[in-house]
Design a protein around this ligand. Structure first.
Ligand code: GLN
Length: 536
């Protein structure tokens, strides 16, 4: 079958759920028996988001092959449940880096290198890699940013060219736009959408489908107005009111007939009948009233919750399966250092310390781990959360008062967390951490092994520092259990406390592999223990 393309562009403002819409549509097509693949194009000049501040970019989502990618790839994996690879995300930075490297090698034989055709050719080459690598029948491609941005123009121009190369009949442009409401009158406005479609058309692209996002219910008459002004078929303006439950989005689209609409427009017929029942059940379960457990999430980027997107989703997944509601109390670790925010910690049925970099707020996180240890509050540490748990343990139980990670104190006498050997010669910060999937052998009889229920797992990593083996024996003597190790036994992957209801932490990021219908065992363990603590 000729590969079909679904191109997603954004109109009016960013953050209206373009990624979630693309992911949900991918699910509807997968459910109809098609092999789908997804790709996100990011217009910024950074080579990847790996070196960007979470405040700028939100979470960095890590794939099996170690690619550090946009958080939308998390949505794709959670909805479609396909394992993605490096080709699924690229940036303007990568496109330019490659083109300039080619130029330096002399590949262009003296020609002038220009946006058209050299940059657009490189963009198209990277887009075509997806079908080559995955054999996908339908590729869903999301362009980051909003139509009208200077930065995304080469991407849109490339899509226009690609449409002519693969044939119009094989492409659909889906424009996801925002309908604002005027507060004083409660009136929903379509004008910004008209302008953004006009901007898209000025570069030669007419949308085939418009997803009209709004916070309010969008009347049919309004959709007809958009259809008229934007020159789109009447049945192709899809009203999408903000869903209270994220995982309801595919159901809303399905019920509006979007799955069939897309197939008809691409000249395809479904190979199988979509079974959305598991998703309906999931959403029903989310809506059922349930007892609440309180979780304190101690981070340093808490002002921007997108920085913890996968952690939050993983908590939701485990909560559904544990039949509880998780109420997250966002605690800024710097506050804990100033004696603030402790009420949230003291009221919590569970404490979670997620990943992070740099020394700001570290002492606050160590204090949170200490509180969990001393007060037997269920605790889950993710990457940095495992490192601070180890530091607290060394300071509190081994009497190593200056114990630290050499990331935060280069001159500590007791670097219980230290730079990995193969990291010592690294000078480039981009893409050089221990990244991606690595095996972890679970030690029998531990809490981690009991939760996983298997002997070995593969988990996704993103770190430079690790547990210092020189301290292993001492830690063990005082009740720390190394419940997950690399197969050669050299790297500590999971630690837990013997004498504690659930204090477990991993050097990897379990949140990246949690799925709505396959909650992650370590998160399951946390909420199970939290439920007991809360007496629910
Ligand atoms: N900064 C720590 C390291 O590099 C932890 C990284 C993380 O939490 N992802 O090892």
């Amino acid at each position: 079958m000729t590969t079909k393309y679904l191109f997603f562009t954004g109109g009016v403002v960013s953050s209206v759920g373009k990624g979630v819409t693309a992911a949900a549509m991918g699910l509807l097509l997968k459910e109809r028996g098609f092999k789908v693949a997804v790709q996100k194009l990011d217009p910024y000049i950074n080579v990847d988001p790996g070196t960007m501040s979470p405040y700028q970019h939100g979470e960095v989502y890590v794939l099996d092959d170690g690619a550090e990618t946009d958080l939308d790839l998390g949505h794709y994996e959670r909805f479609i449940d396909n394992r993605l690879s490096r080709v699924s995300n690229f940036t303007t930075g990568q496109v330019y880096a490659e083109t300039i490297a080619n130029e330096r090698r002399g590949d262009y034989l003296g020609r002038t290198i220009q946006v058209i055709p050299h940059i657009t050719n490189e963009i198209k080459r990277r887009i075509r890699l997806v079908e080559k690598e995955t054999g996908a029948e339908i590729v869903l491609l999301e362009v980051g940013g909003t139509v009208g941005d200077i930065e995304s123009q080469p991407f849109l121009e490339s899509l226009r060219q690609l449409r002519n190369e693969v044939g119009r009949e094989n492409c659909l442009f889906v424009h996801v736009t925002w309908l604002p409401t005027i507060g004083a009158t409660g009136e929903i406005k379509t004008k910004p959408t008209q302008h953004s479609v006009a901007a898209l058309r000025s570069i030669g692209i007419s949308p085939n489908i418009i997803i009209a996002r709004a916070d309010q219910h969008v009347e049919k008459s309004l959709c007809e107005k958009i259809a008229l002004f934007c020159d789109v078929d009447r049945d192709s303006v899809i009203p999408m009111t903000t869903a209270s439950v994220l995982y309801e989005v595919p159901l809303l689209l399905e019920d509006l007939g979007v799955g069939e609409l897309v197939l008809t427009k691409l000249g395809l017929t479904a190979k199988s009948k979509p079974n959305m029942q598991p998703w309906r059940k999931l959403v029903e379960d989310v809506r059922k009233p349930k007892p609440t457990v309180k979780l304190a999430l101690v981070g340093k980027y808490v002002e921007l919750q997108d920085a913890y997107m996968s952690v939050r989703e993983a908590l939701k997944h485990a909560a559904i399966a544990n039949e509880v509601e998780v109420e997250i109390g966002w605690v800024h670790s710097v506050d804990l250092e100033k004696d603030k925010g402790w009420d949230v910690i003291k009221n919590a049925d569970a404490i979670l310390v997620p990943g992070g970099f740099g020394s700001r707020g570290i002492e606050g996180k160590i204090l949170a781990a200490r509180y969990a240890r001393e007060n037997k509050v269920p605790y889950l540490g993710l990457c940095l959360g495992m490192q601070v748990m180890s530091i607290d343990f060394a300071r509190g139980l081994l009497n190593l008062e200056d114990a630290n990670s050499s990331e935060f104190d280069r001159s500590t006498e007791n670097p219980v967390i230290d730079l990995m050997l193969d990291q010592r010669s690294v000078t480039d910060m981009g893409g050089t951490m221990r990244l991606g999937l690595y095996p972890c052998v679970l030690q029998e009889g531990t809490k981690a092994a009991a939760m996983y229920g298997v002997a070995q797992v593969d988990e996704r990593h993103r770190h430079r520092f690790e547990f210092n083996n020189a301290y292993r024996a001492e830690f063990e003597k005082h009740g720390m259990v190394f419940s997950g190790l690399s197969p050669d036994g050299n790297l500590v992957e999971i630690v837990e406390l013997k004498d504690h209801p659930y204090m477990v932490a991993s050097q990897f990021h379990p949140e990246f592999l949690s799925r709505p219908m396959k909650p992650h065992p370590l998160f399951m363990g946390l909420l199970k223990a939290a439920k007991v603590k809360a007496g629910k």
